[in-house]
Design a protein around this ligand. Structure first.
Ligand code: FES
Length: 237
């Protein structure tokens, strides 16, 4: 994927993400069915455009989603622990009749779209059924962290949702937790020590401060019940 020219996210040492280039930012909500299984994304409120802004990475700001300097007070350890391999170098493959699925489990943001209809892996294995193939593609495309990618088996091309460069702040009312920063559309992310992470169409960055795969989300916002103050979560208290 080609790099979007002026957009960039810089991870700062034990501090926030500095976003530059005027990336649009809004909330995005996981909508679940009656059983609590996620089925679609809904747009939430958007924030006024800013050329540059600092997003909280420690999970403790009183001015969410923006940084208010609390990371320094709490001595936040934001050490980046993610390995620096490209996605395909750590992804496992499931091969079905019409589709292939690649899966890099460490990038799981626990959004759970892959749980529907017996799960993406099983659907891939039955992808010669047009209906099941369609659901498998939808589930893979809904995976915010890009853990799952569906590939067309005959063209050997990935099937990706069309995203404009932007940031979504995930809210997950069914899990009663706020989620990660969903970076869409191929934005360059640079580590605190200047490493350029692979540019991808879908990536989730930790904003609860608890991930063991920093700067990426590893789903720990759910077990830690991260709450950025969103009213959807407060209603459930
Ligand atoms: S936001 Fe998911 S682990 Fe921190």
């Amino acid at each position: 994927m080609s790099k979007s020219k002026n957009y960039k996210i810089k991870v700062t040492k034990n501090g926030p993400y500095i976003v530059s280039g005027g990336l649009p930012i809004a909330k995005e909500i996981i909508v679940a069915d009656v059983k609590g299984t996620p089925i679609r994304w809904d747009k939430g409120e958007s924030y006024p455009a800013q050329e540059t802004y600092a997003l909280c990475r420690c999970g403790k700001s009183k001015n969410m989603p923006f940084c208010d300097g609390t990371h320094a007070v709490i001595k936040f350890d934001g050490t980046e622990t993610a390995d620096r391999k490209n996605y395909l170098d750590c992804a496992e493959k499931t091969e079905g009749p019409d589709l292939i699925l690649t899966d890099a489990e460490k990038l799981c943001a626990t959004a759970r779209f892959c749980h529907r209809a017996s799960g993406t892996w099983q659907l891939i294995e039955k992808s010669d059924n047009p209906k099941l193939k369609e659901i498998a593609i939808q589930e893979a495309c809904d995976c915010p962290g890009g853990r799952l990618v569906a590939w067309d088996k005959s063209s050997k091309k990935p099937i990706e949702p069309a995203f404009e460069p932007s940031i979504s702040l995930i809210e997950d009312p069914a899990a009663n937790a706020s989620g990660p920063i969903w970076v869409k559309g191929g934005v360059q992310i640079e580590s605190a020590d200047g490493f350029l992470y692979e540019i991808r169409n879908r990536v989730t960055l930790c904003r609860c401060g608890k991930s063991k795969n920093k700067p990426f989300c590893d789903g720990r916002h759910i077990t830690s019940k991260f709450n950025d103050g969103d009213e959807l979560l407060n209603k459930k208290k």
